[in-house]
Ligand binder design. Structure first.
Ligand SMILES: C[S@@+](CC[C@H](N)C(=O)[O-])C[C@H]1O[C@@H](n2cnc3c(N)ncnc32)[C@H](O)[C@@H]1O
Length: 248
C-alpha cells in the first residue's frame, strides 16, 4: 500500500480502489473496536456533530458515502428517525457488518440500504438525494475533486454535503504530542489488534499527506458547492466541511 523509497517524505500512497477495498476488507472484523479504542470514543461525538450540522429533516434521503460499517448513517437515524439512509462503500466485508448492525438496530432494517460502489461512479440518477456525507473516507479516494463532481450530480439542488476527515492539531505543542501517539502508538496497537500493521501505518501517512481542509474546500467549491462552514473538532484532530449544492 505504501510505495516509494522508504523516505517518509517521498512515500506515495496507492489509493487505487481495488487496493483500498482490499485493505478495508482485511481490517473489517476489528474496524469498529479499533476505531473506538484508538479515538477513545471521540469518533462517536464527531459523527453526531456532523449529523447535527447537516440539519436532517424527516423524510430526507441521505447518502452515506464510504460508509464502512455504517456508524455515520446510524447517527443520522438516531438524530432524525424518519430519514432514510443509503450507504455506499467499496469494501464488501465492511458492508456486511453494516447490514448486520442495521438489522440489530431495527429488525427488517427497511430504513437502511447498503451497496457496494465506488464514490467516483455512483449508481444513482442525478438529483436523487437530499443530503450526502462522508466520514473519514474522502482521504482514501484517488481523485477527491472527481468525487465531489459525482456527489454534486446525485444531490438535489440545494442539497447539502458534509465531509468529516482527520487532520493534525494546529497548536505546535498539541501537534507534537499527538504525532507521537499517531505515528508510534496507533500503528502499533492497530497492527497488533487487527493483525494488519500496514493498514495502521497507512492511516497516519495518509492523514499527513492529505490536502489541508482549506484546499479541500476549494475543490468542493470548484465542483459547485457553496461552502457554509469549516469547523475544527478536538483541537484540529478532525474537521468538518459543510457545503450546499448550487447550480454550476
Ligand atoms: C476509514 S473508513 C470510514 C468508514 C465510516 N465512514 C466511518 O465513519 O467509520 C473509510 C471507508 O472508505 C471506503 N472507501 C475508500 N475509498 C472509497 C471509494 N472510492 N468509494 C467508496 N468507498 C471507499 C473504504 O472501503 C472504507 O470502508
Amino acid at each position: 500500500m505504501i510505495t516509494g523509497s522508504g523516505n517518509r517524505a517521498s512515500m506515495e500512497l496507492d489509493k487505487h480502489p481495488s487496493r483500498i477495498g482490499q485493505m478495508f476488507n482485511r481490517i473489517a472484523p476489528t474496524y469498529d473496536l479499533l476505531n473506538h479504542i484508538l479515538s477513545a470514543g471521540i469518533d462517536v461525538k464527531w459523527r453526531k456533530m456532523t449529523v447535527r450540522y447537516l440539519s436532517l429533516k424527516p423524510g430526507d434521503l441521505v447518502l452515506d458515502l464510504a460508509c464502512g460499517t455504517g456508524d455515520l448513517g446510524f447517527a443520522a437515524q438516531e438524530a432524525t428517525p424518519r430519514c432514510r439512509v443509503v450507504g455506499v462503500d467499496l469494501a464488501e466485508k465492511m458492508l456486511r457488518i453494516a447490514r448486520k448492525k442495521a438489522v440489530k438496530r431495527q429488525p427488517g432494517a427497511s430504513k437502511y440500504a447498503f451497496l457496494a460502489a465506488d464514490i467516483l461512479k455512483l449508481p444513482f440518477r442525478a438529483n436523487t438525494f437530499d443530503k450526502a456525507m462522508v466520514a473519514f473516507g474522502i482521504r482514501n479516494v484517488l481523485d477527491p475533486g472527481k468525487a465531489f463532481d459525482e456527489i454534486h450530480r446525485v444531490l438535489k439542488p440545494g442539497g447539502s454535503l458534509a465531509i468529516l476527515e482527520f487532520s493534525l492539531p494546529e497548536k505546535a505543542f498539541l501537534r507534537d504530542l499527538y504525532l507521537i501517539y499517531f505515528k508510534k502508538i496507533l500503528p502499533f496497537v492497530g497492527g497488533l489488534v487487527s493483525g494488519d500493521p500496514e493498514a495502521y501505518r497507512y492511516l497516519p501517512t495518509s492523514v499527513n499527506s492529505f490536502t489541508p481542509p482549506a484546499v479541500l474546500s476549494l475543490e468542493m467549491k470548484n465542483s459547485g458547492f457553496k461552502i457554509r462552514t469549516i469547523k475544527s473538532f478536538t483541537g484540529g484532530i478532525s474537521y468538518l466541511i459543510l457545503g450546499d449544492k448550487r447550480e454550476r
